[in-house]
Design a protein around this ligand. Structure first.
Ligand code: KPL
Length: 303
C-alpha cells in the first residue's frame, strides 16, 4: 500500500486487553478504526464495556494471536513497564523500521531500552490518567475520564505527525502533544512515586493519603524528585509536584492504585521503573534520595 494512504487509515495493533488496552480497543471500535488486539489465545469472547455514563456496550473485539499478528502500522503497548521489552522481543520478526511504536505505562526507563533495540522506529511515549477496571477478563468498567499526554521521541517527519496525531488524539481525549514529553512523564512519575508505594505499603485507597499524617512523607518524596529533576534542567518546584499529587489523591480517592492491586494479587509491581528510576537517575547525579530508596526496599520486601 502507498505510504500516504497507509498513514491515512493506519492499522493499529494494541498489545493485550488489559484495562487501558481494552478501553483503547473499545474506543477504536466506536471510532471505526482499523485495529486489532494482539492476544495470547483466540477466539475472543463478547466483551462488555460500561462507559463512564453507565451505558453498557457489548461487542467482539478484533484480535489476532500475538505470534501471528495481522499487518499493522502502529503498535501500541499499554502493558506494564517491565513487560515492554519481552513483548517487543516476541514481536521482533514482525516489526519493520517504519512501524510506529507507542509506549503507554506507568514509570520511566523503557524509552532508553526501546531506542537501543529499535533505533530507527518512530517512537511515541504517552501517559494517561484515564481510569478503567476489569472485574473479570471480559468485562470492563470505565471508571474515570482522564487526560492523555503524548510526545514523539526525537525528530519525526511532519507528514507522519500530521497523519498520526489526530488519530491518537481521539482515542483517550483530551490529548496533549508535548515537544518534551519527558517533563510530563517526570510529573506523572512523581505522582506514581508517592501514591503507588504508599497505598500498597499501608493498604490504603488513594484518598486515604489525604490524611495529615502522610503530609511530611509526601513532601519529602516530592522534594527528592524535584531535586533530581532540577539537576536534569527541568525548572520545577517541589510544591508543584506536591499539588499534583494532592489533586490525583482527591480525584481518584475511591480507587486502589495499580501497585496496591499488584501486591494484593501477588503480581510483580512496577517499583523498579517508578521509585527505582528516580533512584537510578539520582545515583548518576550523585544525589541522595533516602525516602524513595526506603519505599523501593519496602515494596521489594512485600513482593
Ligand atoms: O496511575 C495510577 C496508578 O494507580 O497506577 C494513579 C494515578 C496513582 C491512580 O491510581
Amino acid at each position: 500500500m502507498q505510504v500516504k494512504s497507509r498513514l491515512k487509515f493506519p492499522t493499529l495493533a494494541i498489545v493485550g486487553k488489559g484495562a487501558i488496552g481494552g478501553l483503547m480497543g473499545f474506543k477504536c471500535h466506536q471510532l471505526g478504526y482499523n485495529y486489532q488486539h494482539l492476544v495470547k489465545t483466540q477466539p475472543q469472547p463478547l466483551f462488555k464495556v460500561t462507559d463512564i455514563t453507565g451505558v453498557s456496550h457489548s461487542f467482539t473485539p478484533n484480535a489476532s494471536v500475538i505470534t501471528q499478528p495481522n499487518p499493522f502500522d502502529l503498535l501500541i503497548l499499554p502493558v506494564k513497564a517491565y513487560q515492554v521489552m519481552s513483548v517487543l522481543e516476541q514481536l521482533a520478526p514482525f516489526i519493520e523500521p517504519h512501524h510506529i511504536i507507542m509506549l503507554l505505562h506507568n514509570g520511566m526507563g523503557t524509552i532508553e531500552q526501546v531506542k537501543e533495540k529499535l533505533p530507527n522506529n518512530p517512537l511515541i511515549a504517552a501517559t494517561t490518567s484515564y481510569g478503567a477496571f476489569k472485574p473479570d477478563a471480559n468485562t470492563l468498567l470505565e471508571t474515570g475520564l482522564g487526560q492523555t499526554h503524548l510526545g514523539w521521541i526525537g525528530s519525526v517527519d511532519i507528514t507522519l505527525k500530521q497523519a498520526i496525531e489526530p488519530i491518537l488524539s481521539a482515542l483517550l481525549p483530551p490529548s496533549h502533544w508535548h515537544q518534551d514529553i519527558a517533563l510530563a512523564l517526570w510529573k506523572k512519575l512523581a505522582i506514581n512515586s508517592v501514591i503507588n508505594p504508599l497505598t500498597a505499603i499501608h493498604n490504603l485507597k488513594n484518598g486515604e493519603l489525604a490524611d495529615i499524617k502522610y503530609n511530611a512523607n509526601i513532601s519529602n518524596i516530592c522534594l527528592e524528585i524535584s531535586t533530581v529533576m532540577r539537576a536534569l534542567d527541568y525548572s520545577i518546584d517541589s510544591t508543584e509536584l506536591i499539588k499534583n499529587v494532592q489533586q490525583v489523591i482527591s480525584a481518584t480517592a475511591n480507587n486502589y492504585s495499580s501497585m496496591h492491586q499488584d501486591l494484593k494479587f501477588k503480581r510483580h509491581t512496577e517499583i523498579e521503573f517508578i521509585n527505582g528510576y528516580v533512584i537510578s537517575k539520582a545515583t548518576e547525579l550523585n544525589i541522595k534520595v533516602p525516602h524513595n530508596q526506603r519505599l523501593l526496599e519496602q515494596i521489594r520486601q512485600l513482593e
